[in-house]
Ligand binder design. Structure first.
Ligand code: NAD
Length: 500
């Protein structure tokens, strides 16, 4: 049933494949260091799409030196902020023009549903470019008129400036490839940095195609560079490079820890957007017409491969059975299939490895005493599918409740005493996001205040708002991106103090 539809390969052919060349110093080039390649695989069929370069440290060095030369160049320093914004706007127009083709390529390479990629990922990409284009001309320092340590009439003045950090290494995961590339590139350029992007080896094709559009958009040579390759090779080389001043990373907590350690050697700045195990909290007074489909979408969108996925479902006892029945029914009825089929509601996971991981975590959960009310098995046939799964009677000590699964699996718990919601929600090493579903404003805001997470949604889940700070607490990361916090993430304050 979930096998790729017969016309999958025909639909997939609407994707325009990238040339496979890197973007270095304004030109589309072959790697000069490594001759190795990686196969891009279609997760819906397990078949190879094309090969692309597996860069090594020499290729990364070339890209970083180009980014550094651009950052230090007269052309970059003299560029007006408004014109930096215009570069992002040019790119937004090009992405808009190639929107259908980019969405098809993303669906082919990452297994994301075409319709969702069109409506959400590509819109986010275009909006992100425009949002940060606006910031380029609106960065100010502060003028300190009243210094608490000097008398009012002292001949002393001080002000701050915001200087770009320098060369940014942007390392991205596979679940939102083109959106994540823009999430690093756009603020870097807006705030006057230059950038080297390294997409995930699991889904590099749209970032490579983006490189071709960047080459057309009029950026000064070296402002944006794109290298592909393995994390442990190209990624690690970027983290180790002394000319890279900051790593903007999105990915798993384990890799984030490795990057944080490695960054200590060169005292790099880092922002780390890492994993999560976010609770969806449904209170007894919630509007269940909204909360039940909301809880299902919170975990099953993108086959559960969203860092903020609502993977722990905490439900107040009086409505627990009804919620479980509703979410399980949605899971059972979800149509699995080709990402190109408009009736598909759930696509494949990114890789065989990920499918194995989801399968073994669910099996372990069931062995530990959880009940699979829906799903609990892989899809049959080609591709790396896993049925949307609802696990009931899960307890806090079970592995499934603690570890990020990154698949379409929700672990549910009945909460007898509403006073326990805060401690149960916070009983996780992660602290990325949470949603609270209730019609009681007081309870909503009191819970929102006490939950230890970077984002709390009320009566919704997974809204990514570019104007809000985004990032995680505890093991979910370090620092924030988006909104005004992006200024701190990509600039360094400088204090200028003077005696008159
Ligand atoms: P991953 O950590 O395996 O890989 C992410 C990136 O890091 C890839 O580009 C990879 O090549 C690179 N990498 C791997 N090892 C490296 C090393 N030693 N040095 C430098 N780079 C290295 O993550 P993934 O499996 O691609 O993505 C899934 C994870 O990302 C999940 O944990 C998910 O929660 C997280 N994620 C977080 C957010 C967020 O904003 N918080 C958003 C999306 C995904």
């Amino acid at each position: 049933e979930q096998t790729a539809a017969p016309d999958h390969s025909r639909a997939a052919s609407s994707a325009k494949l990238p040339s496979g060349r890197l973007l270095i110093d304004g030109k589309l080039v072959e790697p000069s260091g490594s001759t190795k390649t990686i196969d891009a695989i279609d997760p819906a069929t397990g078949k190879s799409i094309m090969a692309f370069p597996a860069c090594n440290a020499a290729d990364v060095d070339r890209a970083v030196k180009a980014a550094h030369a651009c950052f230090e160049s007269r052309e970059w320093r003299r560029m007006r902020p408004l014109d930096r914004g215009r570069l992002l706007e040019n790119l937004a127009l090009l992405v808009e023009k190639h929107r259908d083709e980019l969405a098809a390529l993303e669906a082919l390479d990452s297994g994301k549903l075409l319709a969702v990629t069109q409506a959400i990922d590509l819109q986010f990409t275009i909006d992100g470019l425009r949002y940060f284009a606006g910031w380029a001309s609106k960065i100010n320092g502060e003028y300190v008129t009243h210094n608490p340590l000097v008398p009012e009439d002292a001949l002393y003045r001080a002000y701050t400036e915001r200087r770009p950090v320098g060369v940014i290494g942007g390392i991205t995961p596979w679940n939102f490839p083109i959106g994540q590339a823009i999430q690093k590139l756009a603020p870097a350029i807006a705030f006057g940095c230059t950038v080297v992007l390294k997409p995930s080896e699991e889904s590099s094709l749209t970032t490579l195609r983006l490189g071709e559009l960047i080459a057309e958009a009029g950026f000064p040579a070296g402002a944006v560079n794109i290298v592909t390759g393995l994390g442990t090779d190209a990624g690690a080389a970027l983290v180790d490079h002394p000319l890279v001043r900051k790593i903007a990373f999105t990915g798993s907590t384990a890799t984030g820890q490795r990057i944080l350690e490695a960054s200590a050697r060169t005292m790099k700045r880092v922002t780390l957007e890492l994993g999560g195990k976010s609770p969806t909290i449904i209170l007894a007074d919630a509007d269940l017409e909204r909360a039940i489909p909301g809880a299902a979408a919170a975990i099953f969108s993108n086959s559960g491969q969203i860092c903020t996925a609502g993977s722990r479902l905490l439900v107040e006892a009086p409505i627990y059975d009804k919620v479980m029945e509703g979410v399980s029914r949605i899971a059972d009825e979800m149509q699995m299939g080709s990402p190109f089929d408009p009736s598909t509601q759930i696509g494949p996971l990114i890789s065989a490895r990920q499918q194995d991981r989801v399968r073994s975590l669910v099996d372990a959960g069931v062995a530990e005493g959880a009940t699979a009310m829906a799903g609990g098995q892989s899809g049959s046939g080609d591709g790396w599918y896993y049925r949307p799964t609802v696990l009931a009677d899960v307890t806090s000590d079970m592995t499934v409740m603690r570890e990020e699964i990154f698949g379409p699996v929700v672990c549910a718990m009945r909460v007898e005493d509403p006073a326990d919601f805060v401690s149960l929600a916070n009983q996780s090493e992660y602290g990325l996001a949470a949603s609270i579903w209730t019609n009681n404003l007081d309870r909503a805001h009191i819970l929102a205040e006490r939950i230890d997470a970077g984002t709390v949604w009320l009566n919704t889940h997974n809204i990514l708002d570019l104007s809000m700070p985004f990032g995680g607490n505890k093991m979910s990361g370090l620092g924030r991106e988006f909104g005004t916090e992006a200024i701190n993430a990509f600039t360094e304050p400088k204090a200028v103090c003077m005696r008159l």
